[in-house]
Design a binder for this molecule. Structure first.
Ligand code: ATP
Ligand code: MG
Length: 573
């Protein structure tokens, strides 16, 4: 492609509403343009990267035995009523009516439609297993669309759905998708982790998220430095090997802690470390259900683990008024002594003695408190947030490291949730109807491209991993008015094209400084610079965007050298 015939509207400045790097760079490199909140045009340069991502996904899905189909964006309400999600889904589901007043929604995911396809077309166990996928535009009316393609309202997703007659088959399908996802993100050239994810009410460990590692990621994850264990902190388990029963040595004492509310304030006031305190959180799980949770002072509650433990939808910190009513004191002074509600303590607390707790009165705490002697705990459980340095729950020797990640893919064993609600069955070999066991598997196409940029950039612009780069090489004419330069660059452009290399020719009559700035901004992996000085010696300059490494090549050898580098990076020939 010739730059002069292309549409690549680069920007010098970051747009005001672009908070994260990938959003800024995708705007500045002319990849996307906003149409409305969370709704974007894919500009030509951006679309090429999107299409490459789609192609990698398609090839790996096909290789794993999945079959491509395409479902509509407009979904009839009936199907969603059958599954029960028409009522449950909330405002992310964009609903509308057609001219006959029939209700529809824009598909945010397609379990209902795919289950309808399968129940209508698959009758016998002999037609299974089946895994159908599509690469399609989704709509979710996100409450806070932001970060460009990272959290859009309209976005492209690959979603796949597997159907099996039994659990064993469904587990195999899940594993096949898990492996396919690993290949996909490896081929993209991304640093990622597959982490165990919370699967909420459905339970089991049958949900993994694929996380691209990046500082700006919305998710916190941990992985073991010695074994394969990795998990979203929402889910990460903690164990306490060889926990000894502590011995109380101090006496319980009431102390004044005037205006000291937070753990840090109280610890500093009493000249102790936050880890010598036990904090008492008043938690609400419904309008009238309240309980207390105890944690070591420097720990954070994992609300998701707590909600799963209790079998409730949510477990949140109670409002100040509820705390006052429950403990008789404002927030900041709660403690377990004399509290008449259920108390659950984090397992770590079982190993503590002689600690500080709140006194359920303004400006009062207790020091020298100990379990059993001063108060009782109803239950010990794993309810705190894992952090870097915690021991691995799976192996004996590893420690957890913590990372930030961007969720780009999700594999999920659904079980029979949709097939049961929608009556999707097949006849088994004895003629009996069996409810299908399903799995669903998503990849955010645009989010992965954004995550690739989030992970690979510098202060000058994007550093494309070759597999996702819109073009593989940029040929830059330093001065297109110089006949020799123009001819040599044209020759390279032709040769590279003949070798199957994707090449962008910067044939603009612009100052070299502008061209180099744009070259760094759009970040193609390789750049051949054709300038008069080197050309006199029969040479052109090759620059690698990632390393900044420069070398001079003979004009006649430049194209084959580029081809070799591309083949090496794509692991193909
Ligand atoms: P999130 O927790 O980020 O909202 P999700 O759990 O709702 O994600 P899934 O329903 O599992 O996401 O969707 C599958 C994939 O689609 C995600 O892993 C992600 O890559 C992508 N995705 C989800 N929501 C968006 C969005 N609003 N914009 C872009 N991509 C998205
Ligand atoms: Mg979501």
């Amino acid at each position: 492609m010739r730059y002069t015939q292309y549409l690549l509207p680069t920007l010098k400045e970051n747009p005001a509403d672009a908070e994260v790097i990938s959003h800024q760079l995708m705007m500045r490199a002319g990849m996307i343009r906003k149409v409305a909140a969370g709704i974007y045009n894919y500009m030509p340069f951006g679309l090429r990267s999107i299409r490459k991502m789609e192609q990698i996904v398609r090839e790996e899905m096909d290789r794993a035995g999945a079959i491509e189909c395409l479902m509509p964006m407009a979904n009839p309400a009936e199907l969603w009523q059958e599954s029960g999600r028409w009522e449950k889904y909330g405002k992310e589901l964009l609903r509308f009516k057609d001219r006959k007043e029939t209700e529809f929604c824009m598909g945010p995911t397609h379990e209902e439609v795919i289950t309808d396809i399968v129940r209508n077309t698959v009758k016998s166990y002999r037609q299974l297993p089946l895994n159908l996928y599509q690469i399609q535009t989704k709509f979710r009316d996100e409450i806070r669309p932001r970060f460009g393609l990272m959290r859009g309202r309209e976005f492209i997703m690959k979603d796949a759905y597997s159907f099996d007659t039994d659990d064993a088959g469904a587990d195999k399908a899940y594993d096949r998708m898990y492996q396919a996802y690993r290949r996909i993100f490896q081929r993209c050239g991304l640093k990622f982790r597959a982490v165990e994810a919370d699967s909420g009410a459905i339970g089991g460990s049958f949900s993994h998220e694929f996380m691209v590692l990046a500082e700006s990621g919305e998710d916190a994850i941990v992985s073991c430095d010695a074994c394969e264990y990795a998990a979203n902190v929402e889910k990460a388990e903690l164990i306490y090997r060889n926990q000894l029963t502590p011995v109380a040595t101090a006496e319980l004492q009431k102390v004044d802690t005037p205006a000291q509310k937070s753990i840090e304030e109280v610890a500093a006031f009493l000249k102790l470390k936050p880890s010598q305190l036990v904090k008492t959180l008043i938690i609400q799980t419904s309008a009238d259900e309240v309980l207390a949770v105890l944690l070591r002072g420097d720990r954070e509650l994992n609300e998701i683990k707590l909600a799963n433990l209790l079998g409730v939808d949510w477990a949140l910190m109670a409002e100040d008024a509820v705390v006052q009513k429950t403990t008789g004191a404002p927030t900041g002074f709660a403690g377990p002594i004399g509290l008449n509600i259920r108390v659950i303590a984090d397992r770590e607390v079982r190993g503590m003695a002689d600690f500080v707790i709140g006194g359920n009165a303004v400006d009062v705490h207790y020091t020298g408190a100990s379990l059993g002697r001063d108060f009782e705990v109803g239950q010990f459980a794993d309810i705190r947030q894992a952090v870097g340095g915690d021991p691995c729950p799976r192996c004996d020797c590893g420690k957890l490291e913590s990372w930030r990640g961007i969720e780009v893919g999700h594999v999920f064993k659904l079980g029979t949730k949709y097939s049961e609600a929608m009556n999707a069955t097949v006849l088994d070999d004895s003629g009996k109807a069996r409810t299908l066991v399903m799995g669903c598997y998503g990849i955010g196409i645009g989010r992965t491209v954004a995550a690739a940029i989030e992970q690979n950039h510098d202060e000058n612009g994007i550093i494309w991993p070759l597999a996702l780069a819109p073009y593989q090489v940029l040929v830059s004419m330093v001065n297109p008015k110089d006949d020799a330069v123009r001819e040599a660059a044209e020759q390279l452009y032709r040769q590279l094209g003949e070798l199957g290399i994707e090449v962008l020719l910067d044939d603009r009559d612009e100052r070299p400084g502008i061209k180099f700035k744009d070259a760094d901004l759009i970040g193609l992996p390789l750049r051949l610079t054709v300038g008069a000085r080197n050309l006199k010696e029969g040479k052109v300059e090759l620059t690698q965007r990632a390393s900044g490494e420069m070398s001079l090549l003979e004009l006649g050898e430049a194209a084959t050298r580029v081809r070799q580098l591309v083949a090496e990076a794509l692991d193909a020939d």
